[in-house]
Design a protein around this ligand. Structure first.
Ligand SMILES: [Zn+2]
Length: 449
């Protein structure tokens, strides 16, 4: 769609002249042209010319009336042809117009377009059918072949020519979970988180993360250098994880991820602000569409705040700073000698006032779009963005102000990222009649519009 817009824009800019209106005499007496044409063919590099020592490439153009003209690139300009493809649209502003060398000999009044010092080129690539390339993810079979751009052997290579293959291991390359094989490295996964557990028996800080895509599910073992460092990560969040290697344990495949590995990345796409801020990155769904959605997806909806649960008002709770998970204050005081304890990280957080623990919102909201309503919960940054206030500022408000605060926000519109978090994220306490529905949907990011 964007390419269509570009084409229309270029068409508007270049509509004034057609090939048949171009005249060499008029150009020589100062007329300039703006032209717009489709690339019909791109000639080979010509290096042995009768009239010139420079290289040359001829681009055949056809305008909207079907009239053809040659566009000729000389010398260093020939590399521009690498950016062009047959079927693309080329806009030429103030091209240089030159008589064809052949026509000079044959006495014909023919001319061609050239890239002069005042010329600007605009190129709109044509949209071709997507090409599907089958890539073997098993051990590299072209042993002994030369890899370009890499010293190691990668599983993600495409044959280039007889000389070798191109290493794509540094490109964001998505592996289907069913295609993962034992003893492969450089795996990148894109999927939804369906379970997270810390592993108390492991040496070091290790978490097990279950990731699902449309083809299957796999456990990833995340090894951290000192503590969990990925911020809040919940069920239903969509993640991109790269730098994984696969091994089988007891006939069961699992993938390993080491925080200190320089190729290891972990991106929680559900919490990325860029998704909401950049319209080219998302497609807006309706609430009823996402309710029916069964595949892992980043759900972006345009919604209005209907009501913040009046029976509960706005809760603030303590959460562990590094992981963003709520701290259960009641069970902390009974089973951990009064010390606050993060059950996600399995560590105690020393001080209530200290930097390890922060106060954050825990709210439940009815969202609405033109068709339907949805009950959702949120915490952390997205809750503060919805309420336009920090948890600490909110707690300092007089009690009456706190009670009426939610009603002041009703009917505000937001773009929101919604994750289907299942029913395990809420923790204990704060039960409500909407509990089942509310625990299903988490607002992971919100942007006021
Ligand atoms: Zn924690």
């Amino acid at each position: 769609e964007d390419a269509d817009d570009d084409q229309i824009l270029i068409g508007t800019l270049f509509y004034s002249d057609t090939f048949s209106s171009v005249s060499l005499d008029a150009f020589n007496s100062g007329t300039s042209y703006s032209l717009y044409a489709r690339i019909e063919s791109i000639g080979p590099l010509e290096s042995e010319l009768k009239f010139s020592t420079a290289h040359r490439r001829q681009i055949a153009l056809v305008d909207c009336d079907g009239v053809r003209l040659k566009f000729i690139l000389w010398g260093e300009q020939v590399i521009l042809a690498n950016l062009m493809s047959v079927g693309s649209t080329l806009g030429l502003e103030r091209p240089y117009i030159s008589s064809l060398d052949v026509s000079a000999i044959e006495g014909k009044d023919e001319f061609c377009l050239e890239y002069g010092s005042a010329t600007h080129l605009y190129l709109v690539p044509s949209i071709l059918q997507e090409e599907r390339v089958c890539v073997s993810l098993t051990q590299n079979q072209c042993q002994g072949s030369k890899l370009l751009g890499s010293v190691g052997v990668s599983q993600v290579t495409l044959p280039r020519d007889a000389e070798g293959s191109i290493d794509f291991s540094n490109y964001p390359f998505r592996t289907n979970i069913t295609d993962i094989r034992d003893k492969t490295t450089g795996i990148s996964l894109y999927g939804v988180v369906t379970d997270i557990l810390s592993d108390p028996n492991a040496s070091g800080v290790v978490f097990s993360l279950k990731v699902e895509d449309a083809t299957g599910a796999i456990w990833a073992k995340l090894q951290f250098t000192s503590n969990w460092s990925l911020g809040r990560l919940g069920h239903g969040h969509v993640v991109y994880v790269s730098g994984l290697s696969c091994k089988s344990t007891n006939d069961c495949l699992e993938v390993l991820w080491y925080e200190k590995d320089e190729k290891a990345t972990f991106i929680n796409l559900s919490c990325l602000p860029a998704f909401l801020a950049s319209s080219c990155l998302h497609r807006i769904s309706t609430l009823s569409q996402i309710s029916k959605q069964r595949k892992p997806a980043i759900n972006i909806c345009r919604v209005k705040l209907r009501e913040i649960d009046q029976s509960q008002n706005i809760y603030t709770r303590l959460s562990h700073r590094v992981c963003g998970q709520f701290i259960d204050e009641e069970s902390s005081s009974s089973s951990h000698g009064g010390n606050l304890h993060c059950s996600f990280c399995r560590v105690s957080c020393n001080s209530r006032e200290g930097s390890e623990v922060v106060r954050c919102f825990h709210i439940m909201i009815t969202l609405a779009d033109e068709e339907t309503k949805l009950y959702a919960w949120c915490t952390g940054q997205s809750a503060s963005a919805i309420l336009h206030i920090s948890p600490d500022e909110f707690c300092e408000l007089p009690e009456d102000d706190r009670l009426i605060y939610p009603s002041s926000l009703e009917n505000e519109w937001f773009l929101m990222t919604l994750a289907n978090s299942g029913s395990r994220n809420l923790g204990s306490g704060h039960r409500s009649s909407h509990e089942t529905e509310a625990t299903c949907w988490e607002i992971t990011r919100a942007l006021k519009i």
